[in-house]
Design a protein around this ligand. Structure first.
Ligand SMILES: [Zn+2]
Length: 156
């Protein structure tokens, strides 16, 4: 299965009042236990338990994973959650390592960046591994496209 082909289906579950983050009530999406264990620091593995967790997608909220019983914040992860970071290097694409800084540099020198197209191409070649690389477990392309739009606005 290609993780990025699934992402459109998963996106449907992003909003929904009863699925709001425990801390900020913002939008969230379900994450697998596998994704969580690949992201969390090992000292938290024993605290995960049997609950179904969701990923909080709010940039302002420090909570990354939450269930009814427990939540984990940015500091509990081994990776930086780009969406929730303010200081560089801010990861945009976890599979191929494109950063916000790389996109900004391209925009500043060329007025645009081909990073989203390059990622889309790699996805078509089935090279992506978002379920094990991206803390949200989902494809980064939507977020990358949004970030690029914001960077182009900022550069004007
Ligand atoms: Zn939240």
């Amino acid at each position: 299965m290609n993780c990025c082909e699934e992402s459109s289906k998963v996106k449907m579950q992003l909003v929904g009042a009863h699925h709001g983050c425990q801390s900020c009530d913002g939008p969230s999406r379900p994450v697998t236990l596998r994704t969580m264990l690949l992201m969390l620091k090992p000292e938290f593995f024993d605290q995960v338990g049997e609950n179904q967790y969701r990923f909080c997608a709010s940039p302002e909220c420090p909570v990354v994973y939450f269930s009814r019983a427990r939540s984990f914040s940015t500091g509990d992860l081994r990776v930086r959650v780009g969406l929730k970071e303010k200081d560089g290097p801010i990861p945009l694409c976890y599979c191929f390592g494109f950063s916000e800084e790389a996109a900004r540099e391209e925009i500043q020198s060329n007025g645009h960046t081909a990073i989203p197209q390059r990622i889309a191409e790699l996805i078509r070649e089935r090279m992506c591994a978002c379920d094990v690389r991206n803390p949200s477990g989902a494809c980064c392309l939507g977020e990358v496209t949004q970030a690029v739009k914001r960077l182009i606005m900022e550069a004007k």
